[in-house]
Design a protein around this ligand. Structure first.
Ligand code: FPP
Ligand code: MG
Ligand code: MG
Length: 323
């Protein structure tokens, strides 16, 4: 199987520059931030968001080289994503991410909250310095969306009545908004037409939703070793994702187990068996596949290029990824 990294070939050199630049930008204020930056922007991250920004930048600039503004946008995107993960690991009390201890477990939750705040603030500052009001509006909405998605997820935990539409809405806020808005922003920096910008947004939206649905499937089908974080953690914490929502339509007893928050002995194991015994995972996979198809359709607005092909290949890879 192709690895995610080889899919990034047209922007591999750009991504290397990006990692060094992020370590510098974030790390030069304070030793703790330096340590956090080494940890956060070193090996291990999949760099999917900046790769998409850079590929769209290259696919829309055609013959011309991408500009420092495109590169800065890619850095901002990764900073926002990383800030949200640092906060997320505090909220979820997660000890491990990408196979290494989280900032929260290394430095404590007070430092982790402040480091996340710093990253959000710094991303806003670099965003403002792009001097492009439309782009500022797109990316600042993303930060609101991230918080909205996280709050919705918290409020809906163990709520066995939530719909697949509500799940997709939350997933948009939590994951797809960043990809959609940064894809559109890359197009705006290249001065594409309004119509092309909307297709880029839609590409990011469907790609992001497919990515999250697959993430939610992997929580059931992958081992903790492969994931670099504990498996089955969504269901345990009451985060009801596509496989569970579909399974509940077939196995109504699942709702009972979930509503009582697996309080009785054996509840969680029984819920897992009911899910495995249903079409839940299969139907979630179909939902992700349909989202990838729509995402790829929106890319036909771009002229053929190596970078456009890499975006198509990445979209298809989303369905095959193992972690
Ligand atoms: C990962 O989800 C979490 C996110 C993609 C978003 C987290 C956003 C916040 C915590 C809000 C940010 C705060 C401000 C101030 C804007 P997950 O926990 O399902 O995935 P994981 O398994 O990778 O941890
Ligand atoms: Mg988490
Ligand atoms: Mg979370």
């Amino acid at each position: 199987m192709t690895s995610a990294t080889s899919l990034f070939a047209p922007v591999e050199a750009d991504l290397r520059t990006l990692a060094d630049s992020l370590k510098q930008l974030v790390g030069n204020r304070h030793p703790i931030l330096y340590a956090a930056a080494e940890h956060l922007f070193g090996a291990g991250g999949k760099r999917i968001r900046p790769a998409i920004v850079l590929l769209i930048s290259r696919a829309t600039m055609l013959e011309q080289d991408i500009t420092p503004r495109h590169r800065r946008l890619a850095e901002i995107t990764e900073m926002i994503h990383t800030a949200s993960l640092v906060h997320d690991d505090v909220v979820d009390e997660s000890e491990m991410r990408r196979g290494v201890p989280t900032v929260h477990s290394l430095f404590g939750s007070r430092i982790a909250v402040l480091a996340g705040d710093f990253l959000f603030a710094q991303s806003s500052w670099y965003l403002a310095n792009l001097d492009n009001l439309a782009v500022v509006k797109l990316l600042s909405e993303v930060i609101m969306d991230l918080a909205t998605g996280e709050i919705q997820q918290g409020l809906n935990s163990f709520d066995a009545t939530i719909s697949i539409e509500a799940y997709l809405q939350k997933s948009y806020y939590k994951t797809a908004s960043l990809i959609a808005n940064s894809a559109k922003a890359a197009g705006l920096i290249s001065e594409v037409s309004e119509e092309t910008a909307e297709h880029l947004y839609a590409f990011g939206r469907y790609f992001g939703l497919a990515y999250q649905i697959v993430d939610d499937i992997l929580d059931f089908t992958s081992s903790s070793d492969t994931l670099g974080k504990p498996a089955f953690s969504d269901l345990k914490s009451g985060n009801l994702t596509a496989p569970v929502l579909f399974a509940m339509e077939e196995k109504s007893y699942l709702k009972v187990l979930i509503s009582r928050e697996f309080r009785q002995e054996g509840d969680f194991q029984q819920a897992m068996s009911l899910i495995q015994d249903s079409q839940g995972i299969q139907r979630a996979r179909e939902l992700a596949t349909n989202h990838v198809k729509v995402a790829v359709d929106h890319l036909s607005v771009l002229p053929p290029s190596e970078s456009r092909q890499a975006l198509i290949d990445m979209s298809e890879y989303v369905l095959n990824r193992l972690y």
